[in-house]
Write a protein that binds this ligand. Sequence first.
Ligand SMILES: [Zn+2]
Length: 265
Amino acid sequence: MARDSPSCTVPYVPRTYRRTESTLCTFWTSPREAGEHLRHLRSWTVDAARFLSETLGFRPTRRLHVVSFQTNEEARRFLGREVPPTMALAPYAGDTHCLVAVQSADADARNDDPQRMRGILVHEIAHQLIAEKTGSTKRLGDANRLVRCSTWLNEGLAELLRFHFLRDMTRIEDTRAEFERAQDALTWRDVDHLLDDLDGGRRAAAFVRATGAVAWVAQDAGVAALFECLPAVDGAVVPSSVCAVSALRRARELLSLLERRRTDP
Ligand SMILES: [Zn+2]
């Protein structure tokens, strides 16, 4: 692991932070950070990235950067917005580089929980793989104008991959069953808006809905097939229709058909 400290061209990274290179990714940590934190962060990131590349069969070419803000004050200052001390996010996706931001144990002790952090890294790195796969770019606060994947599909797939990583099959079945039972009049566009509102009180419920929907679509063909066919699935769902099973039948049939063609041409 080589270490030097030239300033970073990726946005949101403090100029004073130290760069540590590995084959998989570039880490940015505060010079005041305990060395142990970097070792943990590196091992969690390797676990998360390996899981994703094995599960999805995808090798990204965009260079992954991971910044760990030492304090919540630094996270807020460099991201230019309020963020809870346990929050992680994927604030930047460019054509050649992308960034995942986490906070260290100094911001909140829960940021030192290995299983929690591995799961979070799976979710955030998944967003970066989805961005690359769909030719999307983004910057925090740009209203996802250049993201070519609906938010429900993007968040639902990232969260479903986190559950798979944690081997939490009960949670996958529960969210899918909850989606099947949903009776309200929320549209896919409504769910996208609830998810895009980082401070909104209904965001957690929207996550469950989106994850259940993605689990329902991928039930037969699997998550790798869904990742491979994201634009087709996205295009088969009408944003103004009600977020329910009826609107997803075409997408699931299409996904199964594409998967059969892909694996048995
Ligand atoms: Zn997310």
